[in-house]
Design a protein around this ligand. Structure first.
Ligand code: SF4
Ligand code: SF4
Ligand code: FES
Length: 312
């Protein structure tokens, strides 16, 4: 790994129209073993630019504050080792590009305004448990939710989603983060609220074309598309287009020419199927946790080897 690195960082603020206005500025700093991108940003602040704005809190991949685009890839700055950044580059001598998330309005430098997320969150009906709770439910159902609860609200998935980023459908589409939230409520074994009409109409789940880009960037490893969005789409199909469940609604919807939801495998949404899916998701969750542990062990091992090599 190089001993020095040049970071090309976006510096700027919104202009009078609210559009980002600024330029990319180069900073060269020394690199120490094991540094992550956020360490380099802190060193730039300490040595060159004390007014460089960036948001962070935990430095442990838990608070979701330090999201940015590193060489064009949406990532958490605190969880991205410089070693990984160099591995993805052909030439270690070219500057590393660091930009704020492009799907949100700029506040300053690397900080963006994510108020849209808070406003969207407010539109979601909260959990509505039964008056006489039946506290018995399957462990698989709890495990299934656990995956959704591991969201750190970093908004990297939202930043990646073309429906928002390219097509700017902020009013019509809730985005992957909030489909994860909606799934956590809809699949809650004690929740009695029905959010399916909003999921179809207000949150525009039909605009998602299952590209899985959101899943690829999620630092929590949530299978956003497979485990949250597709099951929600299936529930919309059942509610609006399954002639066995709802013949009148289906007739109206078919006659109005709305057939796109039939592309989903809606036969799997009956209750026994849901339990089967919950079991599948629970296995996935165990697999995900195991993979995360392996990755962590690999990183630690790599870091130890480097340390031993250096101290010889
Ligand atoms: S799968 Fe859907 S929500 Fe995720 S990035 Fe693609 S269009 Fe957006
Ligand atoms: S779903 Fe993943 S990428 Fe999206 S906000 Fe939550 S942790 Fe971040
Ligand atoms: S500082 Fe908390 S996730 Fe990076």
């Amino acid at each position: 790994m190089s001993e020095k690195v040049t970071f090309r960082v976006f510096r700027g603020e919104p202009d009078s129209d609210g559009d980002p206005f600024g330029k990319m500025v180069d900073y060269e700093v020394d690199l120490d073993e094991g540094m992550v991108v956020l360490d380099v940003i802190h060193r730039i602040q300490a040595e060159h630019a004390p007014d460089l704005s960036c948001r962070w809190n935990c430095k442990a991949g838990k608070c979701g504050s330090c999201s940015a685009e590193i060489n064009g890839h949406p990532k958490l700055m605190c969880m991205t080792r410089m070693e990984e950044v160099f591995e993805e580059m052909d030439d270690e001598t070219v500057p590393v590009l660091v930009k704020p998330m492009q799907a949100f309005p700029l506040t300053k430098d690397l900080v963006t305004d994510t108020s849209w997320a808070y406003e969207t969150d407010k539109k979601i009906k909260p959990i509505n448990g039964p008056i006489e709770p039946d506290w018995e439910f399957h462990q698989e159902e709890a495990d299934r939710l656990q995956e959704f609860r591991s969201c750190i609200e970093c908004m990297l998935c939202v930043n990646t989603c073309h429906v928002l980023r390219e097509h700017q459908m902020y009013d019509e589409f809730a985005g992957p983060r909030f489909f994860v939230r909606l799934a956590s409520l809809e699949m809650h074994p004690l929740d009695t609220e029905n959010r399916i009409p909003e999921i179809k109409e207000d949150f525009g789940i039909g605009y998602c074309n299952i590209t899985k880009c959101c899943t690829e960037v999620c630092p929590a490893g949530i299978k956003i598309t497979d485990n949250a969005i597709i099951p929600l789409k299936e529930r919309v199909v059942t509610e609006y287009f399954d002639p066995l469940v709802n013949p009148v609604k289906t007739a109206i919807n078919i006659s109005s020419g709305v057939l796109s939801y039939f592309t989903e495998d809606f036969a799997k949404t009956s209750d026994p199927g849901n339990l089967k899916k919950a079991k599948g998701a629970s296995e996935d969750e165990r697999y995900r946790a195991e993979e995360a542990r392996k990755l962590d062990a690999k990183r630690t091992d790599k870091a130890r080897k480097r340390f031993r090599f250096k101290s010889k």
